[in-house]
Design a protein around this ligand. Structure first.
Ligand SMILES: *Cc1c(COP(=O)(O)O)cnc(C)c1O
Length: 376
C-alpha cells in the first residue's frame, strides 16, 4: 500500500516536512464504503483534506460533499461538482455565507439552534434542513461532543419551527465522534435518532434522511479497531432494529476513513538532546510539530505510527516539534521507542497522516510554511 509513496520519496527526494497522498488508497477506501454500505450516499467531509486533487478525485467518483464554509464550497465547485452535491454541514454559519451558498444553488443545510434556524429561514428559504442531534461521543479518540447538536426535545421543536418558517424539515444528523472505536455507539445514536423521527412523525412531519455523520476509524499505532465491515454491520443492524421497514435514506460524511491511511508525512530529525547529566531522557525534535500539521497529537489523542531508520536497539524518547512554543511537544506521556542509533538528519515516516494534517498546518508560525502536499 505504501510502496508507491516510498518510491516517490526515494526518486523525488522532496524537502521535508511533506505529506504524500496516494490517491489509489482513497479510491480503495471509497469503494470499500460503497461495498459495505451500498445504501449510504457518501458526502466527503472536506476538512479532512481539502487538497485540490483529492476533491477532484472524489468529484470523479461521484461523491457528494460536506462543506464547512464558503471557501470549501468554492473549492468543491472549482473541482467540477454541482451544488446539488453539497451539504453546508457546519452548524455555525455567517448569515452572508448562507446567502452566498443559497445564491449558488446549495439547498442542504444543517443547524442545531434557534438562531441558526432563523438565519436559514431568512437567507435559504425552502431549503432542506438537517437538525443535528447531540450524542455522546464516548469511545472516540477525537471527540466532537458538546460543541455540536442539541438535545432531542429541542431538536423536535426546532424541526417543527423549521416547517412553520417555510423550510423543509429533511433529516436528522449526528456525529458519533471522530476515530470512533466503539461500534455500539452506532446503536445508541441511531436509536436516539429514530426516537426523534417518530416524535416528529406524531407532529405530522415525515423526515426523509438520516445523516450518520463521520466517525469511521482508520488504523493508527497499536489500534485494534474494528474493520469497515463490522462498522457497516453495526450501522445496518441498528437501522433495521429501529426503523424496520420505514427506512429513511441514509447519508454519511466520512473524512478520516476515506483519507487517513492514504497519506504519509516524511520528516527529518533536527535535534537530539538530553536536559541534564542526571536524567537520561532523550528528546528528539522533528521538523514537524503541532503547528506544522500534527494538531491531533493534542492531549496525545491520535498516536501515529512512526518509522525511523535503523533496526538495532531502541529506547524511549520525548518527541517534539521545531517551533519556539513549549506546547509543541508531540508525545511525552506515551513513550515512543526509537533506535538508539538515530541521528540528526535521519528521515522518519509518520504513517496514516492523510487526514487532519495539512489542513491544520499553520501558515507562518515561526516562519514555517504550511505543510506541502504531493498527491500521487
Ligand atoms: C469533521 C466532520 C466529519 C468527518 O468526520 P470523520 O470522523 O473524519 O469521518 C463529518 N461530519 C461533520 C459534520 C464533521 O464536522
Amino acid at each position: 500500500m505504501t510502496t508507491k509513496i516510498l518510491r516517490f520519496l526515494a526518486e523525488q527526494q522532496p524537502s521535508t516536512p511533506c505529506l504524500i497522498v496516494d490517491l489509489d488508497v482513497i479510491v480503495n477506501n471509497y469503494n470499500a464504503m460503497r461495498n459495505f454500505l451500498p445504501a449510504v450516499e457518501i458526502f466527503y467531509a472536506v476538512k479532512a483534506n481539502p487538497a485540490k486533487e483529492v476533491i477532484s478525485l472524489l468529484v470523479d467518483l461521484k461523491s457528494c460533499f460536506d462543506a464547512a464554509g464558503r471557501q470549501e464550497i468554492e473549492q468543491i465547485i472549482a473541482a467540477g461538482a454541482t451544488t446539488d452535491r453539497i451539504l453546508f454541514g457546519n452548524t455555525i454559519k455567517k448569515q452572508k455565507d448562507i446567502a452566498w451558498a443559497y445564491d449558488h444553488g446549495v439547498r442542504l443545510f444543517a443547524f442545531d439552534s434557534k438562531i441558526e434556524l432563523q438565519k436559514l429561514a431568512q437567507s435559504a428559504p425552502t431549503s432542506n434542513v438537517f437538525c443535528r442531534l447531540l450524542v455522546n461521543c464516548e469511545g472516540a479518540d477525537w471527540s466532537l461532543s458538546k460543541k455540536f447538536g442539541c438535545d432531542i426535545e429541542m431538536a423536535r421543536d426546532l424541526m417543527i419551527e423549521a416547517q412553520e418558517k417555510g423550510l423543509n424539515p429533511y433529516g436528522i444528523s449526528f456525529h458519533v465522534g471522530s476515530q470512533q472505536t466503539r461500534i455500539d455507539q452506532w446503536d445508541i445514536a441511531i436509536g436516539k435518532t429514530a426516537r426523534l423521527f417518530f416524535m416528529l412523525n406524531e407532529a405530522g412531519i415525515e423526515l426523509k434522511v438520516i445523516n450518520l455523520g463521520g466517525g469511521l476509524p482508520t488504523r493508527y499505532l497499536n489500534d485494534n479497531i474494528a474493520s469497515i465491515n463490522s462498522h457497516a454491520d453495526a450501522i445496518m443492524s441498528a437501522m433495521v432494529k429501529y426503523f424496520g421497514n420505514k427506512m429513511p435514506l441514509m447519508i454519511m460524511e466520512p473524512g478520516r476513513f476515506l483519507i487517513g491511511n492514504a497519506g504519509i508525512i516524511e520528516s527529518e530529525v533536527v535535534l537530539i538532546s538530553n536536559k541534564s547529566y542526571d536524567e537520561n531522557v532523550r528528546w528528539v525534535y522533528l521538523d514537524i510539530g503541532k503547528f506544522g500539521g500534527l494538531a491531533e497529537t493534542m492531549n496525545e489523542s491520535i498516536k501515529y505510527s512512526i518509522q525511523a531508520p535503523g533496526d538495532g536497539i531502541t529506547g524511549p524518547v520525548v518527541l517534539a516539534g521545531p517551533t519556539c512554543d513549549s506546547a509543541d511537544i508531540l508525545y511525552e506521556i506515551f513513550q515512543y521507542q526509537m533506535p538508539l542509533s538515530l541521528k540528526v538528519g535521519d528521515k522518519v515516516l509518520i504513517m496514516t497522516t492523510g487526514a487532519y494534517t495539512a489542513s491544520y498546518s499553520a501558515v507562518n508560525f515561526n516562519g514555517f510554511g504550511p505543510l506541502k502536499t504531493y498527491c500521487i
